[in-house]
Each structure stands twice: as C-alpha cells, then as structure tokens.
Write a protein of this length. Structure first.
Length: 211
C-alpha cells in the first residue's frame, strides 16, 4: 500500500529528494527516560527503546566524524506555568520537571562534554529556542534527526527544520512512537513533504561510520 501511495505522490510532484549536504549536524530529540521506563505515563515501548538502540551507532559515527551533536530535552516548572496549552492537551508532560529522573537523557546516549543540550517547551526543537541561530552560525546545511516521538516532536522539528532552510534527514530505525500505525504514517508524511526518510545505513555511510 505504501509503495503504491509513494508512487502516486511522486507522479504528482511530491516526495522529491533533498539529499545530504556538505555540513551536517546530528540532533537527538527528547531521548529521555520518560519514554523508556514502564512506570512512566509516557512509556512508549518497543518503539522508542528500539530507536534508542539503533541511534547508538549513529551517535558514535557522528562523534567520529567530528560533526556537531545537539540534544533536546523537555521540562517544565512544577506548576506548569511555562507549558501553555501543550500541558493542557498532554497533561502527562507535567511530570517532566527539571529535577525529575524522567526528564533525564538516557544513559545509552548521554551527552559528551561540550555537546549542546537545549531544553524546549513545545513539540518542535526550533520553537522558542536558539537552535536555528546556532545551526546557522555553524553553517550547517544538513540536519540528521533521531529521537521521539515520530508523530510529535520529530515531525514538528522536521517541518520547522525544512522551513528554516536545512536539509532534514530522518533515519527510520532511529525514531520511535507508541503506535506503529501512527509512526509509519508520520514517517510517510515527513518523507513526502519535509525531508528524506532513509535507512540508518545510508546515514552511517554518509558519516563514514558504516560497519
């Protein structure tokens, strides 16, 4: 079904390729404990834990290639005053306060010294943050994006990444969601309009880190 729909998109002028540019950065979106611990209301297994496992090799390849590595997390004041209607719509996010273990980046992908961590309040990694200015100052043209969730923060960040002028690349194995159907639909949508959804191997080859 997806192959037929993909062919239909391409025959009507959608789903062209943006390709890899010459100055990439790796963005790890919200790979925090909230999505991996069974006691968390945001627990999203197996999609997110599988994506974390798949992203380890991409992170190593990015570091070996010497490209910028940037993380996002999400956390709020205890009273939720900084979450707006997003917290009203998704009240489970209220548990992500700065001092909560649920808001901490998973050990498998822990930031190294000097790697930038940006705390955001809404779905997009760009909205209300300095990410676009930072990438522009670094002369980045390609944003390789891993993280969660596919239908939320990845899709929103992919849309904004494209709108800010970056080539968006999403390795399909390295993003996850709580529902397979939702995950696949949003990958299809990203690939159709906002960036390239590719196999992880393509990213590893591009970064010179393929096994």
């Amino acid at each position: 079904m997806h192959n037929e729909l993909r062919d239909d998109y391409r025959s009507h002028g959608l789903a062209a390729r943006v390709g890899f540019g010459g100055r990439p950065a790796l963005l790890l979106v919200d790979f925090v404990q909230a999505y991996t611990l069974p006691e968390s209301p945001l627990y999203a297994a197996p999609g997110v834990p599988d994506a974390i496992t798949a992203s380890v090799a991409v992170l190593h390849a990015a570091r070996n290639a010497g490209i910028p590595v940037i993380y996002t997390t999400v956390s709020y004041a205890a009273d939720g005053r900084d979450g707006g209607w997003f917290l009203h719509k998704v009240p489970a996010l209220r548990q992500l306060t700065a001092d909560s273990p649920l808001a901490q980046i998973v050990d498998e992908l822990a930031p190294a010294t000097g790697e930038l961590v940006i705390n955001k309040k809404y779905a997009s990694a760009f909205f209300g943050t300095h990410l676009a200015a930072t990438l522009t100052a670094m002369q980045i043209d390609t944003l390789i994006m891993v993280g969660c969730s596919t239908s939320g923060c990845i899709r929103a960040s992919a849309v904004d990444g494209m709108q800010h002028g970056f080539r968006v690349i999403v390795p399909r194995e390295c993003v996850g969601d709580r529902a397979v159907a939702v995950h696949e639909a949003n990958l299809f949508d990203i690939d159709g309009k906002y960036g390239d959804v590719v196999d992880r191997e393509a990213v590893l080859t591009y970064l010179g880190g393929a096994p």
